[in-house]
Design a protein around this ligand. Structure first.
Ligand code: NZQ
Ligand code: ZN
Length: 392
């Protein structure tokens, strides 16, 4: 087992009606002015935003608001948020939404607390030295940003989608009421379930040794999400299924499923970020479209882990041949993606990739990641081209 650090400073408030506590939770942060940040309308339509405002007002919290975050959140709105927050003396950001709103909030929080251009942190030319505090009311179980150290922003100038990782941006509190996710379109629920599974899979494929307990947690997490994604496909208002998936979203990406694994792969994520950066697809769907191709491409380098996934997690019967068994596991995972309405190729996303576009995607992926990505197998630009070609 490898040495590891596990750091999760976020207070989680989980369950029905917990959003009513938001005013008191913000008040406990001793801030003077809050930026209430949200997306493109779902929180208004559901009435959640009004309830959040009422709770803030009841607690005597002074706030301003900035909506309009879109999926694959844009740098231009981050800049607008930073300017507004500085003008208004904001010292706490409250994100009401999903990964996109949380990531935009984290970027604004970096922008308030550091001098210079916030994009530097995403372009990896500088590291943030501080962050303003952020709190979350989560409305979709997916990205895990409510407990992760990550924020992913898209720069419209060149459509570069880049992440910044730092413990500085771990949120102070995350309110998770599974009922809030019942208004999600089925497609977004499925995208979210895919992303959650992928956050665990990205940590599962390692050549550096593992930890039995971590493997057990990873297996339980993947099986739980697969089971409850199927429940939600047929019964979207099933509270218990919503709750299982919501908690899985946080545990999948707060570091727990990587303890002792000695390496994060995240190649599928990096390849997907280029896809959603350039074509604005939903992140979870982009992952489903690419994963099988990545898996087949790297499999020989990490065969024991693919066999373990197939047999221990996906209940594939070992055929006596490791490679065949591993491939059956990949097929089973892809069959699951299709079952919940996810694509397993890029063309199913409505994108007809040309050879030139593939070269561009691969070039951008290499540029954004210092030339190579991956732990199960270290991949470079030529490998990216091959995987995008396989995923077409
Ligand atoms: O903008 P609104 O109107 O709220 O609509 C959103 C959006 O269209 C809608 N939605 C959210 N909650 C809803 C709802 N609709 C109805 N009812 C609700 N309760 O869902 C759509 C997707 O929202 P978004 O926030 O984009 O989803 P998600 O949480 O999947 O976040 C995706 C973003 O997170 C990044 C992704 O790359 C992508 O940009 N990621 C962030 C990570 C992190 N910070 O740790 C890790 C991930 O791997 C990922 O890269
Ligand atoms: Zn993800």
């Amino acid at each position: 087992m490898n040495n590891f650090t596990y750091y999760t400073p976020t207070r989680v408030i989980f369950g029905k009606g917990t959003e009513a506590q938001v005013g008191e939770l913000v008040k406990a942060q001793n801030c003077t002015k809050v930026l209430l940040h949200y997306g493109s309308g779902s929180v208004k339509r559901s009435g959640l935003l009004d309830r959040i405002k009422a709770s803030l007002e009841e607690a005597g919290i002074d706030y301003i608001e900035l909506g309009g975050v879109v999926p694959n959140p844009r740098l231009s709105l981050v800049y607008e948020g930073i300017e507004l927050a500085k003008e208004e003396g904001v010292d706490f950001i409250l994100a009401v939404g999903g990964g996109s709103v949380i990531d935009s909030s984290k970027a604004i929080a970096y922008g308030i607390a550091n001098e210079g251009d916030v994009w530097d942190f995403y372009a990896h030319t500088r590291k943030p030295e501080a962050s303003a505090p952020v709190g979350v009311v989560l409305t979709i179980a997916a990205a895990g940003s409510e407990m992760s150290d990550s924020s992913v922003i898209t720069n419209e100038n060149g459509w570069k989608k880049c992440g910044c990782n730092s413990d500085l941006c771990r949120v102070k509190f995350a309110i998770m009421d599974p009922e809030l996710t019942m208004t999600l379109p089925d497609y977004q629920t499925a995208c979210g379930c895919t992303d959650i599974i992928m956050h665990t899979l990205e940590r599962y494929f390692t050549t550096k040794g593992t930890m039995e307990l971590t493997d057990g947690i990873a297996g339980a997490l993947i099986r739980t999400v697969m089971k409850n994604a199927r429940v939600l496909r047929d019964d979207p208002e099933n509270y218990d299924a919503r709750a299982e998936v919501m908690w899985a979203s946080s545990l999948s990406h707060n570091g727990l499923t990587g303890c002792g694994n000695g390496g994060n792969d995240f190649a599928t994520h990096k390849l997907e970020h280029e896809l959603s950066g350039m074509y604005d697809v939903a992140h979870g769907a982009g992952l489903a479209a690419l994963w099988g191709s990545w898996a087949r491409y790297v499999m020989d380098n990490c065969l024991d882990r693919f066999v373990k996934l197939a047999v221990d997690v996906l209940d594939v019967k070992h055929t006596g041949d490791d490679k065949q068994t591993a491939l059956l596991g990949v097929e089973k995972m892809e069959a699951f993606f299709r079952e919940i309405g996810m694509p397993t190729s890029v063309s199913e996303l409505g994108i007809d990739l040309t050879a030139l576009e593939i070269l561009k995607l691969a070039e951008k992926c290499a540029a954004a990641n210092g030339g190579s990505v991956g732990a199960a197998k270290v991949l470079g630009e030529e490998d990216f081209v091959r995987i995008y070609e396989m995923a077409r």
